[in-house]
Design a protein. Structure first.
Length: 273
């Protein structure tokens, strides 16, 4: 994990910086900074008081780093869910893992089972093999890691199979086991969930430390939110007119966004809290 130093005498600035860099060291003056950088090796400094270099260490302002290279300092299980299809879950999952710092090891678990393959598999141009059904033949830890796809050096994927019949015996206990195995090697686990509520989805949601629900604010979606028994953040993607009064009635924690990729920093504020 990268080692970061925050230098500022503005407590609000420090508070915002700590949302992105939870374990960063903090000093309030350049005099204190001079002392601490002699004792510790930092990868970079976040500050609103300095130029581009301080004792040969690169200095960034928080706004420069806010929308990219996100760092997580605690293990997270993130579930991405929706109450209907076509709202942008695949785009959100892809944008999430692309914006984590390269030192953060991420596992994507695709539970969108459908004949012909999932949207995520097509979006990432993944090979047909391996997939989660191959792990289900043995359900052991060694087989689990053998059947992950290495998408990039820090991102691995447990892919949905090309046919639903290949996962017909998957259970909630299997989801618990996936999380248990994944926690031994990954900093972040992201569940890409189908727009239904069953034993598998419930197990993923029960394991999640953060739940993100995508919605267009339709009456049908809002009605289902009323019965949804979890704490979560709703991202309204270009919602229907008049959705706001219903959202307030449901006491929802929500954000309104037009473009997932451009406004991903608002999602990370929720994840990193």
């Amino acid at each position: 994990m990268m080692k970061v130093l925050i230098i500022s005498n503005d407590r609000e600035y420090i508070k915002r910086a700590k949302k992105n860099y939870v374990d960063a060291d903090v000093v309030f003056s350049t005099e204190s900074a001079e002392i601490i950088v002699r004792k510790n090796r930092y990868d970079f400094i976040v500050s609103n008081m300095l130029g581009k270099k301080f004792n040969n260490i690169e200095v960034k302002d928080i706004e420069e780093y806010k929308s990219k290279n996100f760092i997580t300092t605690k293990q997270e299980v993130i579930a991405v869910y929706s109450f209907k299809g076509g709202v942008g879950k695949t785009t959100l999952v892809k944008t999430l893992f692309e914006n984590f710092n390269k030192d953060v090891k991420v596992l994507i678990v695709d539970l969108n089972f459908q004949d012909g393959g999932s949207d995520l598999s097509f979006a990432l141009d993944l090979p047909v093999l391996p997939h989660i059904g191959m792990w289900l033949r043995e359900r052991i830890k060694e087989s689990f890691f053998e059947n992950l796809i290495e998408y990039s050096p820090n991102v691995f994927i447990l892919q949905s199979p090309p046919k639903v019949s290949l996962v017909k015996d998957i259970s909630g206990n299997d989801i618990d086991t996936i999380v248990k195995f994944a926690r031994s090697k990954f900093d972040v686990i992201i569940f890409d969930l189908p727009d239904e509520f069953n034993e598998i989805v419930k197990a993923a949601l029960d394991n999640a430390s953060k739940i993100i629900v995508l919605s267009q604010g339709t009456k049908g979606e809002l009605a289902r939110m009323k019965e949804f028994p979890y704490e979560y953040l709703t991202l309204f993607i270009k919602p229907e007119k008049g959705f706001g009064k219903y959202a307030k009635m449901l006491n929802l924690k929500y954000e309104i966004i037009d473009n997932i990729k451009k406004e991903i920093d608002r999602v990370y504020d929720f994840i990193l809290l």
